[in-house]
Design a binder for this molecule. Structure first.
Ligand code: FAD
Ligand code: SF4
Ligand code: SF4
Length: 346
């Protein structure tokens, strides 16, 4: 028995399966949804005129690779119910949609169940509940991907002035999310570039706290300084309210003199971060692993991709916020650890 059970078929789980396959190790991906790809399946190509290296298509390539591999079995609409046995010989009871239960034996478990985008309804001050023209980055992403354009929800007209508010639901003690979500500076920059590529006359303001862009080619300051229609404001807006002309108004303290300013936009995009999946606590109980202070599955310090239980490894955003490429690396690392745990391949 040298099979690995992978729970979750997003980029991290797919990367683990493909890395195992390359070393001749069979795996089974247990995925709750019908389709593989995870959150990346909901994201679109952000390159309007050219590739802007958002990495979303990595997931599509990996789904195709996993589908064509005889060593990777895939169970869709399948959810882990219980785990018995011991490390080296786990027995997983899986509920498979419409077909009852299936028992899966595996030497090792890789958990790659992901996190969730922050629910913007929770931050009442930013108006997502009440103002039609306040949207999330995911809403914007879905519309751009489906229609190749973005229209102001209340007027159905192309926007002429858009604000992005970064760090929504991240770096915020109110929601026990004091961490940086890592992906949202990068994806917001690319979405803003996309809006400008569709309409070079659309003015963009980005309210940010810090820029977390690790690729030296992604120089947002150079982009903004060379383009009069783009403005960076270092401030965390206090609230978004309905203005007199029915447009959303952003209230923020200006960086220079800390005076409260109010400015109206055609649309406000809330750049939501990542938080633990709602099912993380239950999953942790099922797998008998621990969670961290925020509710992500916990890797012991200095042991990336390990969990607190031998034979169970973690990959991707189930163990903390990450960009796609980091999830791919995590999947490969979890696969190497799984192989080492099984005593090597051979
Ligand atoms: C709006 C937005 C835009 C983003 N844009 C970018 C970008 O441009 N570039 C970038 O690098 N990153 C981006 N990210 C981050 C990126 O989406 C994540 O890093 C990545 O999708 C995480 O992959 P994952 O495999 O860890 O988890 P997921 O993609 O969440 O996959 C987890 C999978 O596990 C399944 N699952 C969960 N629980 C169970 C269970 N109990 N049993 C079976 N299956 C289960 C889920 O259905 C899902 O398919 C963005 C994030 C957001 C919110
Ligand atoms: S990396 Fe992103 S922008 Fe580039 S082609 Fe792929 S999906 Fe499009
Ligand atoms: S990646 Fe950027 S937007 Fe996201 S939480 Fe970190 S600093 Fe804020």
């Amino acid at each position: 028995m040298n099979r690995v059970a992978i729970i979750g078929g997003g980029v991290a789980g797919l990367s683990a399966a493909i890395s195992l396959e390359r070393r001749g190790v069979p795996s089974i991906i247990v995925e709750r949804e019908e389709a593989l790809g995870g959150l990346c399946g909901e994201l679109g190509c952000k390159g309007v005129e050219r590739c802007v290296r958002c990495d979303v298509c990595l997931a599509r390539d990996m789904v195709a690779q996993a589908r064509s591999s005889p060593l990777i079995e895939r169970l869709g609409r399948a959810e882990l119910r219980s785990v018995s046995g011991q490390p080296g010989d786990f027995r997983l009871a899986i509920r498979v949609g419409g077909q009852g239960h299936r028992l899966v034996r595996a030497a090792v478990i890789v958990c790659a169940t992901g996190g969730e985008p922050f629910d913007a309804h929770l931050d009442k001050r930013l108006g997502y509940d009440e103002l039609a023209d306040v949207v999330t980055s995911l809403d914007l992403e879905r519309q751009l991907s489906a229609e190749g354009r973005f229209l102001v929800p209340s007027t159905s007209a192309p926007p002429k002035k858009v604000a992005f508010i970064l760090c929504v639901g991240s770096r915020d003690e109110r929601f026990n999310t004091s961490y940086c979500s890592k992906a949202c500076c990068k994806y917001s920059f690319k979405l803003a570039q996309g809006l400008r590529a569709i309409d070079p006359g659309c003015a963009i303001t980005i309210f940010f706290m810090d820029w977390r862009l690790y690729d030296p080619r992604e120089n947002v300051r150079a982009w903004a300084s060379g383009d009069s229609g783009v403005r960076l404001v270092r401030s965390r807006p206090a609230e978004v309210l309905l203005g007199e002309d029915s447009r959303p108004e952003v209230r923020f303290a200006s960086e220079k003199d800390a005076i409260v300013e109010v400015e109206a936009f055609d649309a406000v995009v809330l750049s939501v971060g990542l938080r633990p999946a709602r099912s993380a606590a239950e999953l942790a109980r099922t797998l008998q692993v621990e969670t961290d202070a925020h509710g992500f599955l916990r890797s012991p310090k200095g042991e990336p991709c390990a969990s607190t239980r031998p034979g169970v490894f973690l990959a991707g955003t189930c163990r903390g916020p990450k960009e796609i490429v980091e999830c791919v690396k995590d999947g490969a690392e979890a696969a190497s650890k799984a192989i080492a745990f099984m005593g090597g391949v051979g």
